[in-house]
Design a protein around this ligand. Structure first.
Ligand code: C2E
Ligand code: CA
Ligand code: CA
Length: 278
């Protein structure tokens, strides 16, 4: 019983360890994920629904965990932020997205912007502009084909945000506000920052036909963007009714499952011709 007990103990201990600190073990995996090449970017098209043209793609991060399979960013990005890994991961994302876009251009696909999500920590890091410049240099991507997405909460330190946005724009890169309307300083941001476009958050788009408030918010955001001469994209568009509503408000830049789910790069390349024919 003792010998078994010993084995049993070891087994029991490992088991306990996993239960008690799931996060800890995920954290350890996450620390190795970058060097073990477990990250992958998926791409989702943004389409001009008037012309059928693909105007851009958003790069969306995925983690291919060796045991757990594909993990979505909402799970691991908060963890990566907590343990300070989001900065190197985020740098990898910028590099990979630019490299891929350059490859698409060289393989003959029509030019499009690639949009990359920034995390707050990346945005607040002093060397962000240098990192972006370095990536553009080493991938040889023309800066006009890169867009960086920030959120309203990153612009809390208003002076700093304005400086960084101006410097990024100075490189020739576009800057957009993601999840527009969910923060609390939207209007001020639009007025004071040199923003290229805003993305209407999917939480509003989803209910646009069933919730009067959301409908009002969406139409107001679109009207305001038009009035200020800022580009606007609606995200999370899943069906024709939502599309029709957006058209009625003269919003034609569309991202959502209705046209395309996020796909691995090679599948995106495969689907490209069909997408454009539609
Ligand atoms: P997000 O930037 O708002 O990205 C849009 C999310 O909506 C994506 O989720 C996308 O897959 C999903 N989506 C697109 N169309 C539809 C639709 O029609 N219906 C619905 N229900 N969902 C749709 P995903 O890929 O899981 O990413 C979640 C969030 O994780 C992103 O939200 C973004 O905030 C963050 N994220 C993704 N990649 C990165 C990254 O490289 N760096 C950082 N810092 N954050 C990232
Ligand atoms: Ca985004
Ligand atoms: Ca969003």
């Amino acid at each position: 019983a003792k010998a078994h007990g010993k084995n049993g103990y070891v087994f029991y201990k490992n088991d306990m360890h996993q239960d008690a600190s799931d996060e800890f073990s995920l954290e350890n995996h996450l620390r190795k994920a970058l060097e073990q090449n477990e990250f992958e970017l998926f791409y989702q098209a943004q389409i001009n629904s008037q012309t059928g043209e693909i105007i851009g793609v958003e790069a969306l991060l995925r983690w291919n965990h060796p045991e757990l399979g594909m993990i979505l960013p909402n799970i691991f990005i908060p963890l990566a932020e907590k343990i300070g890994l989001i900065v190197p991961i985020g740098e990898w994302v910028i590099m990979e997205a630019c490299r891929q876009n350059k490859m698409w251009q060289e393989s003959g696909l029509p030019n499009m912007k690639v949009s990359v999500n920034l995390s707050t920590q990346q945005f607040l890091k002093q060397n962000l502009v240098d990192v972006v410049q370095h990536v553009l240099q080493s991938t040889q991507l023309n800066p006009q084909f890169l867009e960086l997405e920030i959120t309203e909460s990153m612009a809390m330190d208003y002076k700093y945000a304005r400086k960084v946005i101006d410097q990024l724009r100075g490189l020739g890169v576009a800057v957009s506000i993601d999840d527009f309307g969910t923060g609390y300083s939207s209007l001020k941001n639009l007025k004071c920052f040199a923003i290229n476009r805003i993305k209407i958050d999917k939480c509003f788009v989803m209910n646009v036909l069933h919730n009067q408030n959301d409908e009002q918010i969406v139409s107001a955001i679109i009207a305001m963007a038009h009035g200020l001469g800022v580009n606007v994209v609606a995200e999370g568009v899943e069906n024709e009714e939502q599309l029709h509503y957006l058209h009625s408000q003269e919003c034609y830049n569309i991202q959502g499952y209705y046209f395309m789910k996020p796909l691995p790069a090679y599948e995106f390349t495969d689907q490209y011709p069909q997408l454009v024919e539609e």
